[in-house]
Design a protein around this ligand. Structure first.
Ligand SMILES: [Fe+2]
Length: 356
């Protein structure tokens, strides 16, 4: 068994313009046993701004992944004593590593290996003998892709942090977003919605009221009832929320929830006065979950209603023409089947299923 070795090398492009606040150099993890192959890669990337971390076993590579933010993994398909494709599958099924691009290198030619490599989740596949220029070009492309994903993830994380800040400003609604995400997911699952729509419901639970960040405290926290002018401002949280999230592409499916969660089945809601099935389904689901959670929670102006009392109100609102009757019935079914513990467990399970 060859000795495990980790070699770390920093390469910087001397021609790169100097930056007052240079960004972190991308980290490339190379899982490769052959010293000459490692040397080839180091030589090919000699003038690139990147840090190469080499490991000779999958176990050592896992250690590196546990302590480093890795931007690209290069694997040798012929790695002895370890199944490279299994390691690639492992990377792509782990929430923490699934977005790291994987480049597989091999000496074994043939479409069969290439198909096996790609089907294991690898993003690129190169067959030796390798040209340094081709290797560099592929690595550049993969690192560009990773940087784009990182910036999207960062934007989304910032929005989620903002949504939590909105919730925390109002102590009276603590935990509302978590519960709303859980209840909406339970309804969406009962309806058999596909994974992208469930993911949108989960995100919508947190982000639906993000536009409240733009509502003045004097209106948001006014102890008494709002006057007409104040209501007009309050209603804009739907449009402002949509504007805040519009530029994050991963949130595209959440925008209709943010904009339309205050529409009513009979057209008397806002901001667009949509009616019936004109109102996006996900917004209707989130709305009934939102009303149910508000009714069953303690607020400064009311006690927490029991589930039975809450459904009496929701069903009365459905008869009045405000809510989607079918969704109120589905909500009743799933809430009667699930206690509070089951709801928390189901959120955890669904979060794992959606985000891994
Ligand atoms: Fe709202």
């Amino acid at each position: 068994m060859p000795r495990t070795q980790t070699l770390e090398t920093i390469h910087r492009n001397p021609e790169a313009p100097s930056q007052a606040f240079p960004e972190r150099a991308p980290v490339i993890l190379v899982l490769e046993q052959s010293g000459s192959n490692r040397n080839f890669l180091r030589g090919a990337l000699r003038n690139e701004r990147c840090r190469i971390v080499s490991a000779t076993t999958a176990a050592r590579a896992r250690e590196v992944l546990g302590r480093e933010t890795v931007d690209l993994v290069i694997l040798d398909l012929t790695l002895p004593g370890s199944n490279c494709l299994d390691f690639c599958r492992e990377l792509k099924s782990d929430r923490c590593t699934r977005l790291i691009p994987v480049l597989i290198l091999t000496s074994a030619e043939g479409a069969k290996n290439e198909i096996a490599g790609i089907s294991s989740g690898a993003d690129e596949f190169l067959v030796r003998p390798l040209s340094p220029a081709v290797v560099r070009a592929r690595i550049h492309a993969l690192l560009r892709h990773k940087a784009a994903i990182d910036s999207l993830e960062e934007a989304e994380s910032i929005l989620f942090a903002l949504a939590r800040a909105v919730e925390q400003r109002d102590k009276a609604i603590g935990g509302h977003c978590e519960r709303l995400a859980a209840i909406s997911l339970m309804v969406g699952t009962e309806l058999g919605l596909p994974r992208p729509q469930l993911l949108a419901l989960y995100r919508g639970g947190f982000l639906h009221d993000i536009g409240k960040i733009a509502i003045p405290d004097a209106i948001l926290f006014k102890p008494g009832p709002l006057d007409d002018a104040e209501w007009a401002v309050m209603r804009t949280h739907t449009i402002k929320g949509e504007e805040i999230c519009r530029h994050t592409r991963t949130l595209e499916a959440v925008l209709p929830i943010i904009r339309s969660h205050h529409e009513r089945w009979d057209g008397s809601g806002y901001p667009d006065g949509l009616r019936g099935e004109q109102i996006p389904l996900l917004a209707r689901i989130l709305q009934v979950a939102d009303v149910y959670d508000a009714l069953t929670s303690t607020r400064p102006y009311k006690r927490a209603f029991s589930p039975k009392e809450a459904f009496a109100v929701l069903e009365a609102e459905a008869r009045r023409g405000w809510r989607d009757r079918r969704l109120v019935a589905v909500l009743r079914k799933v809430m009667e089947a699930a206690g509070a513990d089951a709801m928390t467990r189901s959120l955890e399970n669904m979060r794992r299923a959606l985000l891994t």
